[in-house]
Structure formats: C-alpha cells, structure tokens
Design a protein around this ligand. Structure first.
Ligand code: HAM
Length: 418
C-alpha cells in the first residue's frame, strides 16, 4: 500500500518552503505597517458558526464544507474561511471596544471540498485582515490600499482591482426582487445552479461563470441603480478616496462575492495570469455580522488573499528562484575519534548561532564533500587522524576551494566572520 497526499492537497517541499517563508514575512511586515495585530484561531469551529455567517444557501456552506460529528455528536467544521472565526474570537474575548478600531490579521490553512483544478485546492492558505469599529469610507480605502501595497511590495504587476457595492439590508431586498423579476422569464435556459439560486439567493446569479448564463447576466439590472441614498453616498466616497490615493480600480457591478455577510463595498484583486480562478484576493464590508453572531452592533471590513494563487503568479513571472538558503559549516570526519570531536564542535558552533551539520553515516570523504555541496555549505571542516594529532583541522571555502589550517579555538573565534 502506497500512501499519497489527498486530492486537492499539496505538500510544500523544503525547496519551496523558503519562498513561502519569504512571502509570509513580507505579508506580516505589510500588515504590521498598517497597525494590524496577528490573531490565530483553531482550525475547526462549530458548524453553526459558518452556516450563520457565510449563509446556508451559499456554495461554501451547502456543498463545500468539511463537516463531521465529534465523539460527543457535536457538529464541527474545518474552517472554510477566517472571517467568521475572527468575529467569534473578537466577541468571545471582548476585543471590540466602544470608540476603538480593532485591526487583526491572520495567515493559515483553510478547507473547502471543491473540485480541484488550477488555482483551486481543498486545503489552501489565506492571509487576511479584518478591521472592526468604523463605517468611515476611508477605512474601505485603507483596506484596499493595503492589499494594493502588499502586491506592490511583492513586486507583482498587472493586477486589477474590481470594486462594487452590494447595498445594505435596507436596499438589497428591493434589488433582489428586481433581479428575480428580470431572470424569471429566461431561467429555463440557464444552468441548474442558477435555477436553484433564483429561489435561494438571486444575487449570486450575477456571479455565475457558466457560458449559457452570460448573455442573460450581461443585461441584468445592476446593483448600483438600486442603492439607497446612504449606500450610494458611501460608495461615492470610497471612489473619491480611491482616486485620491491614486489607486487604479474598475467598478464591476456584477461583483457580488460568494459569501452572504457582505454589505456595501465588495472588492476583488484579479490577475490575468491566472486561469478561470483569477481572483487572488477578495473582501468587503460586513456591517451586520458582528451583531448577527451575538456581539454589539459593529461595522467591519476585511479581505483575504489566496496564497497558492499568489504563488502561482510569482512562479509564472519567474520572480523567485529556488531557495538558495544553505548552512555555514559542514564537518566532514574520518574515523570514530574524529566523529566524537566533530559532534562536540558542532554543538559549540550551533550554540554560537551558526547553522552547521555533520555526517552520521560514516561515509567516505568524497561522499561527505558531496553532502556538504547538497547542504549548500559555505565552508567544510575536515577532521581526520592527522588533523587530530596536529590539533589543526582543514577549513575549506566551498566557493573558492581554498583551504587553511585552523585550530578548534581559532574556528570558534572566527565563526561570526564565516
Ligand atoms: P473568498 O473570496 O472566499 O473570501 O476567498 C479569498 C481568496 O481565497 C480568493 O480570492 C482565493 O484567492 C482564495 N481561495 C478561495 N478558495 C480557494 C480554493 N479552493 N483554493 C485556492 N484558493 C482559494 C473569503 O474567504 C473572505 N473570508 C474574505 C474576507 C475577509 N472578506 C472579508 N474579510
């Protein structure tokens, strides 16, 4: 029996892990620049949390969740996204204080039982932010700007920002009725999912990617025409702010997003480098979710970036070579006595904060030199019988191949310069 990774999951192998680390570092640094603090929540939560927040008629909740009963029969779900857990944690630990803005960020794996394809996995990673406590359209602008700056710092070009407003609880019902009315006459010719959506969630029809549905969607009423005065003014101010901040964006009135908690501003960052799954980042306002989950009425906004999709763009632009990270010192030994000495020395070297390794297989010197190359060692220290007798070891610079003789004391002193 040969075990393999599960469909829709991927191992991140050592060569690639270096790139992940470097991207995660930039992500954290950028979020911190905007005063966001990290939060880490559990991988599983109660199923109810996701059903209530994302919406029971959404694809995520109705088809894509990894849900299972635990031994006591409680229904649990592997998190398909992180907004709901962050809201849950913020309420549970009283992080949302009156007259205060709470800014949180996260990085970690999410789980959705989707049909795997390019840019779509069953376990994937998101990096995201959530800001609580303000209805100021300038906060919407800041959040979008944060996403833009992060992509900029990663050196990614050619990304497009789509922005829309999906209205609020006051104006959305009227828009939904308008949509239902419009689609009713042609729904028989549209896809099975849209037929279902007409009953459960007509707004989601606007987001359908099926070819047969496109010509009906194109002429559908737009969200913008149905906004109430407050939502319209909010959107105008967001646009004003985006222009002032010099952010290039496009208003896309079809952008409704796949989660039910959104109110007013929604946005996505899309890349032409990616195929059908072209959104690398998605987010928006969710001014009613905190209250719906039992907290005090608190407006909020956030986004999440799909890290595998981000990695795909970076790879397609050839921006990151294989990680070059190696060790500083490899100790090659000949004989048992040398191995003992080497082990003591290795411990001292590592204690001094220098990355080092040695051979544990009693291999030939040639094989050990190859191992040093594979470990991308900058120097190799050779310890054999003669070297022990003389108290002087051979230190070889692996780049220039030059060698010097060195005592263990000298080596320890020289370590910082290696
Ligand atoms: P989302 O649009 O469902 O939003 O996901 C955000 C991003 O995660 C997507 O743009 C995509 O890059 C990535 N993603 C989603 N599903 C997959 C998948 N199966 N495989 C690979 N990547 C995927 C949310 O999750 C919201 N919680 C975002 C948010 C935060 N809104 C407000 N705050």
């Amino acid at each position: 029996m040969k075990y393999t990774s599960q469909r829709g999951t991927r191992d991140i192998l050592p060569d690639e892990a270096g790139i992940w680390q470097s991207i995660e570092k930039t992500v954290r640094r950028t979020f911190e620049l905007f005063n966001y603090k990290e939060i880490r929540t559990p991988i599983f939560e109660s199923t109810e949390l996701f059903a209530r927040s994302i919406g029971s008629s959404t694809d995520i909740v109705s088809k894509e969740m990894y849900t299972f009963p635990d031994r006591k029969g409680r229904s649990l779900t592997l998190r398909p996204e992180e907004t709901a857990p962050v809201v849950r944690a913020a309420i549970e630990h009283n992080l949302i204080l009156k007259d205060n803005i709470l800014k949180l960020f996260y990085l970690g794996p999410m789980f959705r039982y989707e049909r795997p394809q390019a840019g779509r996995q069953r376990q994937f990673h998101q990096a995201g932010v959530e800001a609580f406590g303000s209805v100021d359209p300038l906060l919407d602008v800041e959040v979008i700007l944060l996403a833009e700056q992060l992509f900029d710092r990663l050196g990614l070009k050619g990304l497009e920002i789509d922005v829309n407003s999906v209205g609020c609880q006051k104006c959305r019902p009227e828009f939904t009725t308008k949509l239902k009315e419009y689609f009713k006459s042609n729904i028989g010719k549209m896809c099975e999912d849209c037929k279902q959506r007409l009953e459960t969630n007509p707004l989601r029809i606007l987001d359908c990617k099926e070819a047969v549905c496109q010509k009906y969607i194109e002429k559908a009423p737009s969200t913008r025409e149905s906004l109430c005065p407050e939502c319209r003014i909010h959107f105008e101010k967001v646009e004003e702010g985006l222009k002032q901040a010099g952010i290039k964006y496009r208003v896309n009135n079809r952008l409704v997003r796949g989660l039910d908690y959104y109110t007013r501003t929604t946005f996505e960052v899309v890349s032409r480098q990616l195929g059908a799954q072209n959104a690398v980042c998605g987010g928006g306002r969710y001014d009613t979710l905190v209250e719906a989950l039992g907290g005090s009425s608190t407006p909020a906004i956030g986004f999440a970036i799909g890290l595998e999709r981000l990695m795909e763009i970076i790879r397609s632009e050839n921006r990151y070579p294989i990680s070059e990270k190696g060790i500083t010192l490899y100790i090659a030994t000949l004989g048992d006595e040398a191995r003992k000495i080497s082990f003591d020395l290795l411990t001292k070297v590592r204690k001094a904060g220098v990355a080092a390794d040695m051979d544990y297989a009693g291999r030939s010197l040639k094989a050990q030199m190859k191992a040093a190359d594979r470990a991308r060692a900058r120097h190799t220290l050779i310890i054999g019988e003669n070297e022990i007798k003389n108290g002087l070891y051979v230190l070889k610079d692996m780049k220039t191949a030059s060698q010097i003789e060195i005592s263990p004391e000298e080596l320890i002193n020289k370590l910082p310069a290696l």
